[in-house]
Design a protein around this ligand. Sequence first.
Ligand code: SF4
Length: 422
Amino acid sequence: MDLMQKLAILGESARYDVSCATSGVDRPNQPGGIGNASLGGICHSWTEDGRCVSLLKVLMTNYCEYDCAYCANRKSNDIARAAFLPEELADLTLAFYQRNYIEGLFLSSGVVQSPDHTSELMIRTLSILRQKHHFNGYIHAKIIPGTSPGMIDQLGLLADRISVNMEQCTQASLQKLAPQKTALAIARPMQYISGRRQANQDELIRYRHAPAFAPAGQSTQIIIGASAERDMQILLSAQRLYRDYALKRVYYSAYIPINQDSRLPALTAAPPLLREHRLYQADWLLRFYRFSVDELLDIHQPDLDLEIDPKCAWALRHLDQFPIELNQADYGTLLRIPGIGVQSARKIVAARRDHRLRVEDLKAFRLVLKRAAFFVTVNGQYAAGRVPQAEHLRFLLADQAGIRRQTPMQMRLEELPLVCDL
Ligand code: SF4
């Protein structure tokens, strides 16, 4: 099999892993080296179904000893198999980089022989790139659950970002769908990486030239919809990962039916892409908007509202806290207003130092006015002009999101009190 045939097979086999997006690391070229990594991230493109794919996102091999129910590369599937030699993959990456096709490498692998043996192959590839060719581009490497700390150490010193895929967030689902994996085998490397990164940060303070360990941090991926977990369980797992292991990102991947397997949802089921989108929005609220999972969901409402985004859903459940006066609210309160993002909140706080805000000032803050206007007053003036009833407000917000319910209310949309266009 020639190199291009291997690339076709192993590129295709890697495409279901969504945990590659931007690099999050900025490193200029060094004298005598090749390439650099920029904050803009590894080269990626968006497929038709909205997934981010790297131009060189490959597996070391798609041979796999494991038999995860949801995976195209599982042992029991009769598919074309291939494996790169470390030298082949290093040369290919370099050649693509030099032609400007890619800005980095996203490397994962099926499990051959054992997690450590697989890691060794990946380490050899990355060593050739980094040490022989002085490749300075961005590298994201996968850690197989169960990999030993010594191997993680080596991978972390060669790659910018490393990630252990969680895939299922309960032991019961792992046992059912990925019986060779355990929650412990996933949590241990995450915990080790977190501790090792913390120690490395201390080393770097003391010794400026100490080698950096996974400078772009660690991430993970959770598959949505292959098992019965509710959004609350998924987000609680994500919240724990951010808090306990300082993860940079949790990626949510809508389950795509590939295999026929009685343990999985029906093959005809469409990938839950809207649910995936809502989870990303909620995740954003956890990381940047000071929300916690218990504010967004509870046992009575364990799933995110698909009709409106999680911040609007929260606001509708707390209408007693609105409208909020933009001249008085503190930064944390501003962040909770639908339509106001981190940048807008900062601009509002900065502008208030100069003068008292008026409705006319709002355009300058780059708010999503059609949403925010329902929830704020400016200098005592309700920004939407007229106050809609709560049930109408929900309908208007869903309508803004492009989700029109087939309810009698839809017939009366034109009659609803609409936001004035500020
Ligand atoms: S370990 Fe599981 S998810 Fe990973 S390649 Fe093998 S079968 Fe697929």
